[in-house]
Design a binder for this molecule. Structure first.
Ligand code: SF4
Length: 243
């Protein structure tokens, strides 16, 4: 269920640059073309012994000892504990138990989710919900894509109404249509005071980077609906060589 626990810097989204402890869960039913999680799926469960060392050691009892591990990885600059993946809500019952226990101990909790399970959501202090675009998938039909998009918006709305500091994150690619991204901004602006983080795809394998002009154009179009609640948030942990 849990593949890794480690301390690092948040490399994406609205809280980029803050110190976090990451609890990474296995599995995700989507298959985004830019996903780098499949490599980690096959690895045994691992824990960072010394926070920030980047050295992960095999540890078969993560689920039993999770709270103790988080306590050990706590540093004075810690901002929050992230439940990430894969898709953590595939294991929503355990995630709820862990997050309640951690909240009782004074930790702030953060969910990073693909947004397709609104019915499994509960309160987190912070939440990042992905918005997928059609080009994120090979061979995805229009009807299925529209269904995913509606679920993502429902997740954002539910978290917003619960009082979570929720934001949306959209990965943009060379072929992404700025007007489609603008449509996303319009829809989340209709929900409330929500930030949209535009994440230029990290070029891997045959995926090309997003042209700079296109990125700025997208931000401007989104700004028409969200004002300054638009951010460009590249994956900084990859540039810094962090976990
Ligand atoms: S939603 Fe996230 S974890 Fe799931 S396939 Fe896409 S990038 Fe990978």
């Amino acid at each position: 269920m849990i593949s890794e626990v480690f301390s690092s810097v948040m490399g994406e989204g609205k809280y980029i640059g803050r110190r976090y402890i990451f609890i990474r869960f296995r599995g995700c039913p989507l298959n985004c073309v830019y996903c780098d999680e499949s490599v980690k799926e096959s690895m045994p469960p691992r824990v960072e012994r010394i926070p920030g060392s980047g050295i992960l050691e095999e540890y078969p009892y993560i689920e039993r000892d999770l709270v103790e591990i988080v306590n050990r990885l706590r540093t004075p600059d810690l901002f929050a504990v992230s439940f990430t993946g894969g898709e953590p809500l595939l294991h929503h019952e355990r995630v709820r138990e862990y997050s309640e226990e951690l909240r009782d101990l004074g930790y702030r909790t953060h969910l990073e989710s693909n947004g397709i399970y609104p019915e499994k959501l509960f309160f987190f202090h912070y939440a990042s919900i992905d918005i997928k675009l059609p080009e994120h998938f090979k061979d995805l039909d229009e009807r299925k894509y529209r269904r995913i998009y509606k679920l993502e918006l429902r997740s954002i709305k539910k978290l917003y109404r619960m009082g979570s500091e929720v934001y949306a994150k959209v990965v943009v690619m060379e072929e992404s249509d700025p007007e489609v991204v603008e449509g996303v901004a319009r829809d989340i602006g209709d929900i409330g005071d929500i930030t949209l983080c535009i994440q230029p795809v990290t070029p891997i394998k045959d995926i090309k980077p997003v042209p700079r002009g296109k990125l700025l154009k997208m931000m401007e179009l989104c700004g028409k609906h969200l004002g300054d609640r638009v951010m460009c948030t590249p994956q900084i942990h990859k540039y810094l060589g962090l976990l």
